[in-house]
Design a protein around this ligand. Sequence first.
Ligand code: G3P
Length: 216
Amino acid sequence: MKFFLDTAHVPHIREAASAGLVDGITTNPTLLSREEGDPREIILEIAKIVDGPINAEVVSLETEGMVREGLEWRKVSENIVVKIPMTLEGLKAIWTLSEQDVPTNCTLIFNPIQALMAAKAGATYVSPFVGRVDDIQSSGMEVVQQIVQIFQNYEIETEVIVASIRHPMHVVEAALMGADISTVPYDVLKRLSQHPLTDAGIERFLADWEKVKGRS
Ligand code: G3P
């Protein structure tokens, strides 16, 4: 499973990339609004660090505007994936862009049929938002399981990005289900690497080394 980082915060991207953990980046207007400066400059900076898909989202609600914005984003870097919301207008934009070989990520997906429709429209990626499904007392990971199953049934090549991840178990379950990608907030990525027994083990090794290090 590939790891994307779900952030526009350059220092976090740099840190995670230095451990080889960043296969790609997802951003959205909310994530970009948390950073200082021109969104295009931020995406450009990210593109200098990450050699992989970098998702930038359109904000137009009509197909024509989405396509125009998507093509504008593509001028920033050849690695840009145009993120488009799951609406009928969005599907038309995905179709139009796919005909021009522009990669797209259909975002704000909350059920398997939306994912299937996005794939049929030519989306390169679909992004089910698991945390937001959990928020309304349903199962986000069940939606992912169904999408993965449907894509397997029909040998659909569209990749599944598990998004709106809130905790490490979302990532573990995504990997077990065979989702292609988890897009992970930085704090979750850090928690994924941690285990109390690892910390206790290091502490014990260091304490024992203190006993032997003076010996010659
Ligand atoms: O990947 C989508 C993500 O940024 C949304 O996350 O936590 O706002 O639902 P959240």
